[in-house]
Design a protein around this ligand. Structure first.
Ligand SMILES: O=c1ccn([C@@H]2O[C@H](COP(=O)(O)O)[C@@H](O)[C@H]2O)c(=O)[nH]1
Length: 242
């Protein structure tokens, strides 16, 4: 059983908006609910790091979801800059390989050494996007085997590189925890309350199902942001988790 506060703390609201004004309106509508805020590419490219530091200054937990995937030296620099924003969590693509993921960790260490008061962010890796189906993985991308096997392989790589968790679908959480241990964090998009529009997601579960699988955090965007009342939609999800 989760308390209301614990349940809210498991939800990361995806602020997928074209600019600061619309994102700020959503944040205000959820005021007082202790959920995580997730800033992704759309908002970050439009509103910049100032929006992130403002959320932190107002006491929000922030996941910066920029999914870095580049050569190790570039990712090291990117991770260094991100760590200096004081976010709680950020990510890279596990497909970049061990050297790239280790470079992200080095970038964080360098930031912490330069500014000892900084918060240490949890660095996590994207495994297979939750929009990727079995058929797309095999027939289009050309990776053989099951999605679950590919996800677990990436999760093991991420753990070996020193990262603290992965982004995956809730359908793979149990396998990831078995392979990487219970304290290795799972952050799961692909969350759809019963009856909600699936949209472009492929590997989905309801909030309650995801929690039963043992997910640590669930990322939820449109089921909240596109609802007539985002606050009511989030409250309903929190109730479902209690
Ligand atoms: O595999 C992934 C990685 C990241 N995401 C992000 O999560 C949210 C999901 O939004 P919904 O509106 O609930 O579908 C979005 O910001 C994605 O960029 C993901 O869906 N899958």
């Amino acid at each position: 059983m989760l308390s209301r506060e614990e349940a809210a703390g498991r939800v990361m609201v995806a602020l997928d908006y074209p600019g600061a004004a619309s994102a700020e309106a959503l944040v205000r509508s959820l005021e007082g609910i202790p959920c995580y805020m997730k800033v992704g590419m759309q908002l970050f490219y439009a509103a910049g790091p100032g929006f992130v530091t403002e959320l932190k200054a107002r006491g929000y937990k922030v996941f910066l979801d920029l999914k870095m995937h580049d050569i190790p030296n570039t990712v090291k620099g990117g991770a260094n800059s991100i760590a200096k924003l004081g976010v709680d969590m950020f990510n890279v693509h596990a497909a970049g390989g061990t050297a790239m993921m280790k470079a992200a960790m080095e970038g964080v260490e360098a930031a912490l050494a330069a500014e000892p008061g900084l918060r240490r962010p949890l660095v996590i890796a994207v495994t297979q996007l939750t929009s990727t189906s079995q058929a797309v993985l095999n027939d289009e991308i050309g990776i053989d085997g099951s999605v679950a096997d590919a996800v677990v392989r990436y999760a093991r790589l991420a753990r070996e590189a020193g990262l603290g968790g992965v982004v995956a679908s809730p359908q793979e959480v149990r396998l990831i925890k078995e392979a990487c241990g219970p304290s290795f964090r799972t952050i799961t998009p692909g969350i759809r309350p019963a009856g909600a529009d699936i949209g472009d997601q492929s590997r989905i579960m309801t909030p309650r199902e995801a929690l039963a699988q043992g997910t640590d955090y669930m990322v939820i965007g449109r089921p909240i942001t596109a609802a007539p009342s985002p606050r009511e939609a989030l409250e309903t999800i929190i109730e479902e988790l209690m």
